[in-house]
Design a protein around this ligand. Sequence first.
Ligand code: FE
Length: 293
Amino acid sequence: MTMKHRDILDVITAQRTVEGAGFPVRRPFPTAQLDNLDPFLMLDEVGPIDWPPGEAQGAPDHPHRGFETISYLLSGEKLHEDSAGDSQIMRPGDVQWMTAGSGIVHSEMPSPAMHERGGRAHSFQIWLNLPAAHKMAAQRYQFIANDQMPLGHSEDGLVTVKVIAGEAYGVTAKIDTYVPVTLQDWDMQPGATAKPVMPPEQQMALYLFEGSLAVGPRARIIEEGQLVIFGDGGAIDLTLDAGAETPARFLLFGGVPIGEPIARHGPFVMNTREELMQAFDDYQAGRMGLIAR
Ligand code: FE
């Protein structure tokens, strides 16, 4: 039996916004057009921005409860600290997968070296929901350094995949997840073709952050900054014209939808309004901890 190739359901152009302390963000969701892509709650492409010496900004101490935050660095250097005692410098290619669960306080700042000398900052910030059964799970911190990242390759060498979650070209991710998800950074060189078969129970999407790419059974041309939402099926058709001037870089991601009510406000994502109120109470009472410095 052959499974049908996935059609394109929708193409959404990411919105440009300015976050927090003034860094530019390209955001496919959540927006007025698309609230979430169950089980994913948020996808932010932060930067690229070139900071002058002494001016790089970050996200100082703030709490989370009820979901997981994923940070994937393309350029720059970040210092992550949290109330569970984790402290880590992140460098390009590194991935940090943090389960906030019942509550955590963390900060994501430019590293002291980055702050001092300035430079390019570019990263992805991704929020992944947890099902009700795991919203109050213990905090967990998973880190994959760039040189430990599982890499998938096409036989012709034109496609390289960083397998953060899921599987590509027979290579399996190291990250352990609560719901089955796929999250991969694909690099396709001019002339490359790929037809990855993604688990049919997962709702899949693609966010192109560099170049252009022909996607889907009718080879629709997708441009940088666009999000593609796929329909049911298995394989995804991807082709980059041999005459293309730049490679195509994109996140291919998706998961098994959780299908529960979402009550979200600020840094908390729960199932009901009462649980949200409780989260604010618990944070204000200090029950999510503090970062020891
Ligand atoms: Fe955060």
